[in-house]
Design a protein around this ligand. Structure first.
Ligand code: NAG
Ligand code: NAG
Ligand code: NAG
Ligand code: NAG
Ligand code: NAG
Ligand code: NAG
Ligand code: NAG
Ligand code: NAG
Length: 729
């Protein structure tokens, strides 16, 4: 438990070099952010000093050097001497010749300290830099310098507001050397960095060693084979061979295991026979050969006793030692009792006796062996299942996430890996900066609840959508699904017409996926804009209706350009921001519904999808035209005259399409009909649709007119036809 040493260094580089540009003669230089450098009497040195200490300006007069970050009042653009000569001013006025040093970034944060380093955690403290004009926040970066882990080296970055001066970094790899640096930010520009090298502490070995394989038992000697173990949590220092004499029925205690002589002294029936380096385990090892292995005596075995052999993995790092042990492999009366490597063909020695009694005994034993093998294979299967589950913890090793149905261009998308990789591509938000509002539930998604929350960031508070995922409780399949959907959101990146992923945040138990918050969906927005009191039947203008449709097309173009198919495009899956910008939602992780109300997508589904064609970009186009109809129908239900969803495919097959509303012009309706072409290839693409719709926007009234006419009636809205009432996920 010796404290770890660390180096402590400042990097003294800035983006710009020393400039030393003369600005003029100034007075009343603000005291804040300025220092008088008593030891410097030469202009050149003053410039160097102020620049190296990250000051913006230097003031020099009467061989007196001051560094400052703010300019005072300019008296003139020439030197004070010249100015004073001209004006006969006295020298005691605090005039100063002022120069720009060329530095434009904040200095390094002061008092940077790293405490309480564990195997995957550490605590950071820092203070404001000495010199700065303004600090917008702090950025912390952790770079792996050296590790035992075979996981891809990752760069971890964290951002904090300008009022945060401590944090905890979690999710670090054990026994890993990190270069952790911090810089103050000024207008998104990191200032001077200060860094520390830390080494996280040794973690418990990741895997238990496999049981040693017993090759033969010659009574006083047992030949075994040891299998290598992978450990990402620290080094594999040595393999320990532990011999347990089973006759005494003494339990093996791993914290109480000694070399032979010491074990004898303590009356323990188990001892360390040898410690082998990883290179030496390739050969077989003979337990009981009577030799010394370093200080360990591999004592001869008593042919009249029964023994088991256990393999331990010893991991030594930076003064710490951790060890784990395999299950025991052993023999009982010459019959292997725990030989799990039966399938490799090494059958255990079977005693062939002359007497019938011995033959019967052998038979019984063989039955026992078979029974055991069956039992064991079940145990192995269970163990495999167990280890798969373990691998799927967020901190666990690599898992492959296959492409899912959203991705249509399968050859070109490499299988993405593991949350750790995904995480590098998103902003990691410290959990302390997020407050989830448990009382304000927005809905339920496949993987957890979605609430509103607040993100505290650079002193700003933003309301956001928080998707809380209890990842530890998930089984493997669910977790894969979750990672796939998160990957979709990450892959898409930011777009103005897509609900944007802000970042993720995690604690030991949960992952919070933070999304942009838009409280209202297009369906509710449309229904809410129904208003027949004035001369128009809707508060949304014709131009706004078109803009929303164009925005959706832009978002869809972006999705498709990232090989993501939406599959569930409908007004409910489009959110509307305060300034009426549509934001696509309902794909990837951005999919959630309020309790027990799941959209039934039948009325938005392309005809061929009913015939088991997989969804593709052209089925999304079909759905879009249905959404356009919904917009024009101010939230009406598509095919409201057909009550039963099951009848829709048949009608579509016969050529029926959503009707032309009386107030919608032919050229707009033609665009919609194009999207409902029977032959998918004849439907336009989204970028074509953006073009066609933009051509209409100059004169929207010519193609849509929301003015009330005598026989006007709203298209009916039937919630039950659009929703399937079943438990959410
Ligand atoms: C240098 O400046 C300080 C403060 O402005 C002043 O007190 C001091 O007298 C100055 N020294 C010289 C040598 O002018
Ligand atoms: C200084 O200011 C004067 C008048 O304000 C101007 O004519 C002159 O060009 C300026 N000189 C410099 C070097 O900026
Ligand atoms: C480090 O841990 C100890 C014990 O848990 C605690 O008392 C101390 O405050 C921690 N140090 C910091 C800087 O958090
Ligand atoms: C911290 O940020 C706030 C808001 O941007 C700003 O008003 C304040 O001056 C900043 N603090 C520092 C020390 O720069
Ligand atoms: C640590 O990182 C900083 C900033 O990235 C870099 O300047 C410095 O050289 C690194 N130190 C070591 C020892 O790698
Ligand atoms: C050693 O232990 C065995 C049983 O575990 C016991 O019979 C024997 O008396 C013990 N001997 C000593 C010296 O403690
Ligand atoms: C591992 O560390 C322990 C003490 O912590 C020491 O006794 C042992 O010799 C070390 N083993 C190796 C192989 O360095
Ligand atoms: C060791 O044996 C126990 C019980 O016999 C079993 O539950 C466990 O899975 C085994 N572990 C290994 C690594 O073989």
């Amino acid at each position: 438990m010796k404290p770890l040493f660390f180096l402590f260094l400042i990097s003294l580089t800035t983006i710009h070099g020393l400039e030393n540009e003369f600005l003029g003669c100034f007075q009343n230089i603000p005291k804040t952010g300025s220092i008088y450098v008593s030891q410097v009497r030469i202009l050149d040195n003053c410039a160097k000093y102020c620049f190296r200490n990250y000051y913006w300006y230097l003031n020099f007069y009467n061989d007196n050097c001051t560094c400052s970050n703010f300019l005072g009042e300019q008296i003139s653009n020439v030197t004070c001497d010249t100015h004073c000569l001209k004006n006969q001013c006295s020298k005691d006025v605090a005039f100063k010749n002022t120069y720009r040093t060329g530095n434009i970034v904040p200095g390094p944060p002061r008092g940077f300290q790293i405490f309480n380093i564990t195997s995957n955690n550490c605590r950071l403290l820092w203070k404001k830099p000495e010199s700065y004009v303004k600090i917008d926040g702090y950025k912390i970066t952790a770079v792996i310098v050296q590790t035992f882990s075979s996981y891809p080296p990752n760069l971890l970055e964290w951002w904090f507001g300008n009022t945060t001066f401590q944090t905890e970094l979690s999710d670090l790899l054990p026994a890993t050397k990190y270069n952790i640096s911090i810089a103050a930010l000024y207008e998104n520009m990191p200032g001077a960095q200060i860094y520390q090298i830390i080494i996280t502490r040794l973690g418990d070995p990741e895997n238990l060693p496999a049981q040693p394989k017993i090759l033969s038992d010659d009574g006083d000697k047992i030949r075994i084979k040891i299998f290598p173990v992978v450990n990402n949590n620290g080094p594999v220092t040595s393999y320990r061979v532990v011999v347990v004499k089973t006759d005494d029925n003494q339990g093996f205690q791993k914290q109480n295991v000694f070399p032979y002589a010491e074990a004898q002294k303590q009356n323990l029936s188990y001892y360390i026979a040898a410690e082998l380096s990883p290179q030496d385990i390739n050969q077989e090892f003979t337990v009981g050969d009577g030799k010394y292995y370093d200080t360990y005596f591999n004592a001869p075995l008593n042919p009249d006793s029964n023994y088991k052999v256990i393999v331990g993995l010893v991991s030594n790092f930076s003064g710490e030692t951790k060890s784990v042990y395999s299950n025991a492999s052993g023999y009982h009366n010459g019959i292997s009792i725990l030989n799990v490597y039966e399938e490799e063909g090494d059958s255990p020695g079977v005693i062939i006796g002359l007497s019938i009694a011995i033959a019967l005994l052998s038979l019984l034993l063989i039955i026992g062996v078979i029974g055991f093998v069956i039992l064991k294979s079940k145990i192995i299967k269970r163990r495999q299942r167990l280890s798969e589950n373990q691998e799927l913890t967020i901190q666990g090793p690599m898992i492959e996430v296959e492409n899912n149905g959203y991705i249509h261009d399968e050859e070109h998308i490499p299988a993405i890996a593991h949350y750790r990789n995904l995480k590098q591509k998103v902003r990691t938000i410290p959990y302390s900066q997020i407050k989830v509002e448990p009382a304000n539930l927005l809905g339920v998604g496949k993987f957890g609840k979605i609430n509103t929350g607040t993100l505290h960031d650079n002193g700003n508070m933003t309301t956001v959508t928080c998707y809380t995922i209890h990842d530890k409780r998930m089984n493997q399949e669910t977790k894969k699904g979750m990672l796939q959907e998160l990957d979709i959101l990450i892959k898409i990146g930011k777009h103005n017409n897509i609900v944007n992923l802000i970042g993720t945040s995690e604690t030991r138990d949960v992952v919070v996926v933070v999304l942009e918050l838009n409280q209202i969906n297009l369906k509710d927005f449309l229904l809410g804009s129904r208003d027949n009191l004035s001369s128009k039947f809707c508060t949304m203008t014709e131009a706004q209706a078109l803009e929303i449709a164009i925005g959706i097309c832009r978002g869809m173009t972006h999705l498709h350009s990232h090989n993501v198919i939406h599959k569930q495009l409908c007004a409910r899956n489009v959110l509307i921001s305060n300034n009426l910008t549509p934001k696509l939602s309902g794909f990837g992780l951005a999919q959630y519904f309020s309790h027990n109300k799941i959209p039934d997508y039948t009325r938005w589904t392309a005809l061929e999808t009913f015939k088991n064609h997989p969804p593709n970009i052209k089925t999304d186009v079909w759905s879009f035209a249905c959404v356009l109809w919904e917009i024009l129908a101010i939230g009406g239900t598509p095919y409201g005259n057909i009550a039963n969803n099951n009848d829709i495919p048949e009608h579509l097959n016969k050529g029926m399409r959503l009707s032309q509303l009386r107030y919608v012009g032919d050229n707009l309706y033609q665009i919609m009909l194009d999207c409902w072409q029977l032959i998918a290839d004849e439907r336009p693409k989204f970028d074509d649709l953006v073009q066609s719709l933009e051509n209409l926007i100059d004169n929207p009234m010519a193609i849509i007119d929301f003015k009330i006419y005598s026989s006007f009636q709203y298209e009916q809205f039937y919630p039950n036809m659009e929703l399937s009432v079943r438990p959410v996920f």
